[in-house]
Design a protein. Structure first.
Length: 172
């Protein structure tokens, strides 16, 4: 029931549950919501974040930069990279003192997982997300609000654009 309430599965009367379909319109909504919510959380984190918050960003970026994104056995996102990726992104907004923003951020980040799987495993030719992550970290550490928001939006929407390209290739 929890998975249904969070949009991961659909409940069908008298039939049980099925995994919610992947659609571009849903991913567009997730992307737009992530951009807006992350902007709020980043703004607040930049206002009240401490030196320890900054240190966690640097440490989490370092861990992420040392992980391989694709598991050579499965061809999917590696578990180590996935954990490091989540921890890096969460560290960026963890300085925010609004727990609701952070909770909603987690839901949206989780909702984007299936789409991220497509973008990372099949769209690596279209982007260098380590460069995007570094730019995001640098803007946040400089406490450059406009730069941080622009880097965040560019990174999140880049995933959407890559998924569009990959799906267009599939239909061609």
């Amino acid at each position: 029931m929890r998975l249904s309430s969070e949009g991961f599965v659909d409940m069908e009367g008298q039939r049980g549950f099925r995994v919610s379909p992947i659609t571009l319109s849903t991913f567009r909504e997730i992307t737009d919501a992530r951009v807006a919510l992350e902007a709020l959380a980043l703004t607040r984190a930049l206002e009240v974040g401490t030196d320890d918050w900054e240190a966690s960003i640097v440490a989490n970026f370092h861990r992420l930069s040392r992980r391989t994104a694709i598991d050579p056995v499965t061809g999917l996102i590696s578990a180590d990279w996935d954990i490091a990726h989540r921890e890096f992104h969460y560290s960026l907004i963890s300085g925010c003192d609004n727990q609701w923003l952070k909770s909603f951020w987690e839901i949206l980040f989780d909702q984007a997982y299936r789409y991220r799987q497509i973008a990372v495993t099949r769209g690596f030719l279209y982007r260098d997300d380590l460069v995007e992550h570094r730019a995001l970290m640098e803007q946040v550490l400089e406490r450059n609000l406009p730069g941080s928001l622009a880097a965040s939006q560019a990174h999140i929407t880049s995933t959407y654009e890559v998924v569009l390209k990959v799906l267009a290739e599939d239909t061609a």
